[in-house]
Design a protein around this ligand. Sequence first.
Ligand SMILES: NC(=O)c1ccc[n+]([C@@H]2O[C@H](COP(=O)([O-])OP(=O)(O)OC[C@H]3O[C@@H](n4cnc5c(N)ncnc54)[C@H](OP(=O)(O)O)[C@@H]3O)[C@@H](O)[C@H]2O)c1
Length: 263
Amino acid sequence: MDMKLRDKVVVVTGGAGDIGAETSLEFLREGCKVAVCSRSQKSLDKFREKVSAEGFSVLTGVVNVRSQENLDQFAKKTADTYGGIDIWVNCHGIEGYSPLLECTEEFWDEVLDINLSGTWRGIKAAVPYMEKRGGGSIVNVSSFCSIVPTAKNGVYSISKAAVDSLTKVMAAELAPKNIRVNAVLPGFIATQMTADKVETIKDMLIQPISMRRLGNPGDIARGIVFLAGDGGRYIDGHALVISGGKFIVQNPQDPWNNYQGGY
Ligand SMILES: NC(=O)c1ccc[n+]([C@@H]2O[C@H](COP(=O)([O-])OP(=O)(O)OC[C@H]3O[C@@H](n4cnc5c(N)ncnc54)[C@H](OP(=O)(O)O)[C@@H]3O)[C@@H](O)[C@H]2O)c1
């Protein structure tokens, strides 16, 4: 399928992280002009090496999504360099385990400010440039935790549930401007964010997954590109679960084990 993405200008926040980097590369392979921002220069330097190895070049910038000014400046830099903005992917995010009763105010505020408010701020930075182009597409990276929250990871789950709601409301409010807003909900993806769990509890993590494997960043990148491009042209306000069939039934391992007894 031709995604009609050639020469589209794409911004990816958190674009030097594992899922963000793979997403940025996928857009580059589709012929897009890509601008990537991340919180640290170190991540961006590492990302640049990856991009150069494939023969591509990108615009990069250090941006803290807690600052509207940072995001506005990066959006302007992108539009000044590439002539506008067509697609914006909010892929930044943090997590951290803490039972809700033990969670500090500081941690609560930080997670919600980055994951939820940072996504809202990203959209605000993107919209003026999309309006000038006559439309655009925004994809927010939420999480499977937004529909089935994780105990001891409550603030993260709450922040992502709010991102789903933000996605729907923004989709409705931006539809008259011909801007679509969707979300992807990754299941468990093996990245830096999850490396410790992959190492210690991999077998447990695979149990609820029908496809019996953890996801990789490329699995999510393809979903994002599909939604942002022509594949998603009539999809708006949608939360696309990309999880290898996590919890689609109560006993996903039985068909693999040829268990005869039912559940
Ligand atoms: N991995 C999973 O299993 C999984 C599952 C569901 C959803 N997700 C979501 O997928 C997205 C990407 O996660 P990932 O697994 O690729 O993690 P990752 O490798 O840790 O990437 C996270 C990215 O967010 C950036 N970031 C964090 N705080 C920021 C801030 N204040 N301002 C700007 N950028 C900031 C990081 O920048 P620096 O590296 O420069 O600090 C990094 O580029 C996140 O939204 C995450 O919640 C991941």
